[in-house]
Structures are given as structure tokens and as C-alpha cells.
Ligand binder design. Structure first.
Ligand SMILES: Cc1cc2nc3c(=O)[nH]c(=O)nc-3n(C[C@H](O)[C@H](O)[C@H](O)COP(=O)(O)OP(=O)(O)OC[C@H]3O[C@@H](n4cnc5c(N)ncnc54)[C@H](O)[C@@H]3O)c2cc1C
Length: 503
């Protein structure tokens, strides 16, 4: 079996490492930071524990599959709790709406707000279900770069395939689909926020991504006890049991090609490490631009790739928790059009943003001193533009965010409850994780036809190179980044088996 080098220990890199080791490959993982898990990092200070990046875990079946590769049961590694409500939504007009875990109860809650939308929501979820099913069959669990990779239209053109193609609604955006099914602007705003899981605008993203709603409503929102940090910890434990060699504090500066093939990595220390194959969990654009360059970078087609949104996170250790919050909360902007146009079109922070709040103490009291809360507040911002200096912008924007929470979510004494505070800005995200322009969620999913496609997991430009992570197929977010790691590993494993067979 081959010796595989993995660049980066984010969720995609860790899932690739465990899967490859389970299939018998020798794996060395190189991570520049002092911890493994990438954005799924933890901040622990003064009795508070915050997940620094992802907080909402969906589709645990992806994780289950990674553990099943090694014949392990995920329940022996992670204690996952299903949350209800999935989100609590606060609106500028004072309305509060719970997105319940049970789709029937969710529809009923929506009906209380807007009677005609009870059926509208159910209609939308049927469309989402169909789109999620098409994604499962054509898009997930294999390396895909464009429509040609999903369906072999020439070979398999049948009535059934045609129906699947029609189901993709390639002429429509996420926002367009939602408007067809539900009428109340508050319900529309809530459904539009599913696309924020991939850091893109509902006004520009293809309708097929409405399937995300079903992936959450159908499969639940989960909290791993110990925080989302427990996910990379579990993967690292699995990898260790399978013999993965993890090295932290190792920055990779280049990938060396031999005869056009990925053959070795060059470290910042000057050392060279040779591998049979390489998986990059670094941002895909930066992998080609900074680690490889030359002809492969030119052929990568980077001109069509735009970064997804970035964000500001406030980690607020509170002396006293707010009892009216659920575990996951959205405090919506006064005007979603204004918000999305600012972030995605004009490239400036929204004047009145949507704030996402995690209040995990209601599920796990240990995150804060007794009676307190480890409050996590995330506001999406544009990806980094020239001249944007967040060290200067943060103090003002922090005030905008706190005013918003006071006005729309009944937290007007928030400042008085704060005992501990830290922040993460787009600049920090850019530097900590080596991403593209500070993007949280890899590459934007904009474009009605091609928006859902990302660089494939098996490089078309460099044989022996594989891509895993949120800026490769199938995209960002915990389940997708994990799946990308599995696909990269599966593609690599398949290629090495067919190589051995050919020799
Ligand atoms: C604030 C925030 C909130 C989020 N909320 C959610 C959420 O609620 N739910 C959800 O599902 N997702 C969420 N996400 C997105 C999710 O965290 C990411 O999609 C996912 O974790 C990305 O995983 P990845 O495999 O792409 O690796 P990353 O986390 O990007 O890690 C890549 C790793 O590679 C390392 N690396 C890069 N270049 C090199 C190099 N040259 N040499 C060595 N090492 C290198 C980096 O240091 C890093 O550790 C959030 C992200 C952030 C930042």
C-alpha cells in the first residue's frame, strides 16, 4: 500500500487520514497549527469553554461512515444529542418562531405565524427532500467537478434521468424556489438562511441547494457532548488506533512534482518529504496557487472561483445565562435583501446583520461557571476585500451587533453580563487556517447552473494529488468537509488498487 502525505488536519484531512489508514495505507498528516481539527477549534479560559468555529452538527451519518470504514461504532467515540428546537428565530418585529425537530410540528409552528404557509412549508420540504435525494444519488460520495461527472447523460438518458435533471431546477435560485412555496417574509427569511451554511447568497445560489433544508429537517441537529471539538478529537483517536502519524507545527510550503506527478512536499523548515500520493486539506485555490503554481495553477481555472463569506465571532462569557434562548438561535436582520446585497454584492458588512447565537449551557452546563453561559455570536461578513482592516473595524461593528441583540432578542443588558470576551475576525480566520480571503465556507456557491460544483477531489491537473476540505467537492460545513475527506481517500485508494492491478 502507498505512503500518503496529508497537508492539513481540518475535518477533511482527519476524515481522509482515518479512512486511508482503515484501508491499509501508511498515513502521515502535517498540520501547521499546534492543534488538530482546523476551524473546529476550542477556546477555554476563565471557566468558559467555547467552540470557536462550527457549532451546528448535521448529517451524523457521514461521520458514522468514516468510523464504519474501520469497523467501529461511532457511539463508542461520541455522545451525540439531538436538539429540539433546531433553531429559535427572533425577528425585528418581535416575533419568535421555533424551527421544531419534528417536521409536522415545524409546519404547525409556522402555521401559527402564517396559516397558509403550513402547507407551503410542507410543499417546500417535499421539494427539498427530492433535491436531497438527487444529491445523494448523483453528487455525494464520489469525486465530482461538473455536471458531466454526475450523470452520464449520453449513456443513461432515460425518462428517470430526465426527471432527475428537471428536479435540479437549474433555472431557479434558492430564493426563487422559497418564494414559490411560502408567502410570509419571516418564513422565507428563515428558510433562506439554510444557504448560509455554505456562506452564499440565496439570491445567487442554485435551487438544488434547497436540499440542505431536508438534510437538517430530516436528519436532525446534533450536539456532541464536549462540544463540536469532540468530533476532531474522536477522529484523531480513531486515526491513532489505526496508526496515523500526526505531526503538528509543520507548515507545508510546496508540493514537488516529478514527471508532472505529486511526489513530495517541501516544509517551511526546508525539509523534503517524499510520498506516493498527497492529499491537500488546504484551501483548494491556495493549494494550486501557492503550493504548486506553474502550468497546473493556470489550468486550474481559478478565475471562476470566488470566496464564500467570512464572519466575525464574539465569544462572550456571561455571569448569568439568558433563559429565553434555545441552544441555537438566529436574530434576523430587518431586511434580508439589504443584508445579502451588502455582504455578497457590495462587499461591506451589513448595516443591520443577522446574528447567530449558540447558548450551549442549556445542553451541557459544564461550558460555563454555574448559572453562566458561554455565548457564541456569529455574524457573516463579506470575504476580505482590499483595504478592510478588521482590527480597526471590529470595535464599531461589535457595537452594531450588541445593539441588534439588545433590540431584537431581548438582551439589552448583555454588556453588563459579560465577564469574559474574545473575538475572531475575518483577518484572524484568514491567518489561522490559510483560507481564501478569510472565507469561512470555502468557495461561494453562486451561479444557477454551476454554483453547486467545486474542484473535484481527484485533481484533474496533477496526478497523485487529491483535495479534501470545504473548498473542494462537495463543499463546506462539517458533514460536507468530512465527506470530502472520505471521497479523497476513496478515490486515492481506488487509484492505487487499479495501479497495482495494472503493474
Ligand atoms: C466561525 C465559523 C463557524 C462555522 N459554523 C459552522 C456550523 O455551525 N456548522 C458547520 O457544519 N460548519 C460550520 N463552519 C464551517 C466548518 O467549520 C468548515 O466547513 C470545516 O470545519 C472545514 O473543514 P476543512 O476540512 O476544510 O478544514 P479547515 O478547518 O479549513 O482546516 C484546514 C487545516 O489545514 C491546515 N493547513 C492549511 N494549509 C496548510 C499548510 N500549507 N501546511 C500545513 N497545514 C496547513 C490549517 O492550519 C487547518 O488546520 C464554520 C466555520 C467557522 C470558521
Amino acid at each position: 500500500m502507498s505512503h500518503v502525505g496529508i497537508i492539513g488536519g481540518g475535518l477533511g484531512g482527519l476524515a481522509a487520514a482515518a479512512t486511508l489508514a482503515a484501508r491499509g495505507h501508511k498515513v502521515t498528516l502535517l498540520e501547521k497549527n499546534g492543534w488538530l481539527g482546523g476551524k473546529a477549534a476550542v477556546l477555554e479560559e476563565e471557566g468558559f469553554r467555547f467552540d470557536m468555529g462550527p457549532t451546528i452538527l448535521t448529517m451524523p451519518r457521514v461521520l458514522e461512515r468514516v468510523f464504519a470504514e474501520a469497523g467501529r461504532d461511532i457511539a463508542d467515540y461520541l455522545d451525540l444529542r439531538r436538539l429540539d428546537p433546531q433553531w429559535r428565530c427572533f425577528y425585528d418585529d418581535g416575533t419568535v418562531l421555533d424551527l421544531r425537530d419534528d417536521p409536522k410540528l415545524a409546519a404547525r409552528e409556522i402555521g401559527r405565524l402564517s396559516p397558509e404557509d403550513e402547507a407551503g412549508f410542507e410543499r417546500f420540504m417535499k421539494v427539498a427532500d427530492r433535491l436531497s435525494d438527487v444529491s445523494d444519488r448523483f453528487f455525494f460520495w464520489r469525486s465530482v467537478e461538473d455536471l458531466r461527472d454526475t450523470m452520464d447523460l449520453k449513456q443513461n438518458m432515460s425518462l428517470e434521468t430526465l426527471r432527475d435533471v428537471m428536479a435540479l431546477r437549474m433555472h431557479r435560485t434558492v430564493a426563487g424556489q422559497i418564494k414559490r412555496d411560502v408567502r410570509d417574509p419571516r418564513v422565507q427569511q428563515m428558510l433562506e438562511h439554510f444557504i448560509q451554511y455554505v456562506g452564499s447568497s440565496p439570491l445567487a445560489s442554485p435551487a438544488v441547494l434547497c436540499g440542505i433544508a431536508q438534510m437538517q429537517q430530516g436528519e436532525g441537529v446534533w450536539y456532541p457532548m464536549g462540544g463540536t471539538r469532540a468530533v476532531p478529537q474522536a477522529l484523531v483517536r480513531l486515526g491513532e488506533e489505526l496508526g496515523v502519524d500526526y505531526r503538528t507545527g509543520v507548515d507545508v510550503e510546496g508540493i514537488e512534482l516529478e514527471g508532472g506527478r505529486a511526489a513530495a512536499v517541501r516544509l517551511a523548515s526546508g525539509e523534503r518529504m517524499a510520498f506516493d500520493r498527497i492529499v491537500s486539506n488546504m484551501d483548494s485555490v491556495r493549494t494550486y496557487r501557492e503550493l504548486i503554481g506553474g502550468d497546473a495553477w493556470k489550468r486550474f481555472g481559478h478565475k471562476n472561483r470566488e470566496a464564500a463569506c467570512s464572519g466575525v465571532v464574539l465569544y462572550l462569557g456571561l455571569r448569568e445565562a439568558y433563559d429565553h434562548l434555545a441552544h441555537h438561535n438566529f436574530v434576523f436582520s430587518r431586511d434580508p435583501q439589504e443584508e445579502f446585497r451588502a455582504i455578497y454584492d457590495r462587499g461591506v458588512p451589513a448595516p443591520d446583520p443577522t446574528a447567530y447565537i449558540a447558548a450551549p449551557a442549556r445542553t451541557e452546563a459544564a461550558v460555563a461557571p454555574e448559572g453562566g453561559e458561554a455565548l457564541y455570536v456569529l455574524v457573516h461578513t463579506p470575504y476580505l476585500r482590499d483595504g478592510q482592516d478588521w482590527a480597526r473595524m471590529l470595535p464599531e461593528y461589535r457595537k452594531v451587533i450588541l445593539r441588534k441583540l439588545g433590540r431584537a432578542a431581548g438582551m439589552d443588558d448583555l454588556e453588563d453580563r459579560i465577564a469574559f470576551e474574545r473575538a475572531l475576525t475575518p483577518q484572524d480566520i484568514h491567518e489561522r487556517y490559510k483560507v481564501l480571503n478569510g472565507a469561512i465556507y470555502g468557495l461561494a456557491s453562486h451561479g444557477r447552473v454551476n454554483g453547486a460544483f467545486k474542484p473535484g477531489n481527484r485533481s484533474r491537473q496533477v496526478p497523485g494529488l487529491y483535495l479534501a476540505g470545504g473548498s473542494a467537492h462537495p463543499g463546506p460545513g462539517m458533514p460536507m468537509a468530512l465527506m470530502s475527506g472520505w471521497i479523497a481517500a476513496d478515490s486515492l485508494d481506488g487509484d492505487s488498487v487499479s495501479n497495482v492491478a495494472a503493474e
